[in-house]
Design a protein around this ligand. Structure first.
Ligand code: HEC
Length: 118
């Protein structure tokens, strides 16, 4: 027979582990959802909608493998264009066309506030 003490521990321990894991994930700041290609996003962008759609698709398929959506409005346009995207495209092994599509998408998404993930 298990003592009352050990059954309490059986309940408490997973709870504490859950809290620890949640804190670990949340310590990197709020996780954002990548905004979808809505008419609003298309309107603020100068890029063709096909490129925005492709950029969103590639973001979800490749970039989101490593991290949640990083709010592009935290960065200057030059930073995104000249430093971050070349670096992240290499990490994601994107070809030139997909790199451009994700950049177009990020520059559009930069102008719409991202929603915090639930
Ligand atoms: C192999 C994992 C990996 C992939 C794939 C990846 N990233 Fe990242 N990303 C990172 C890491 C690690 C960091 C933080 C350190 C750094 O800047 O290298 C980061 C940081 C970022 C940042 C913040 C840059 C900064 O200076 O703080 C942005 C924006 C970003 N990634 C966007 C993307 C986009 C867009 C894609 C897809 C094209 C992508 N990432 C794909 C690993 C990845």
């Amino acid at each position: 027979m298990a003592s009352p003490d050990s059954s309490v521990r059986r309940v408490i321990r997973p709870l504490l582990t859950g809290v620890a894991v949640t804190l670990l994930i949340c310590s990197c700041g709020p996780a954002y959802l990548a905004p979808q290609v809505t008419p609003k996003l298309v309107k603020v962008s100068r890029s063709p909608v096909s490129s925005l759609n492709r950029g969103y698709e590639v973001h979800q398929a490749k970039c989101a493998k490593c991290h949640s959506f990083q709010d592009p409005s935290d960065f200057e346009i030059e930073e995104l264009t000249e430093e971050i995207m070349p670096d992240m495209a290499r990490k994601s092994k994107l070809d030139a066309a997909d790199e451009k599509a994700v950049l177009h998408y990020l520059l559009a998404a930069r102008q719409v506030p991202p929603a915090a993930s639930p």
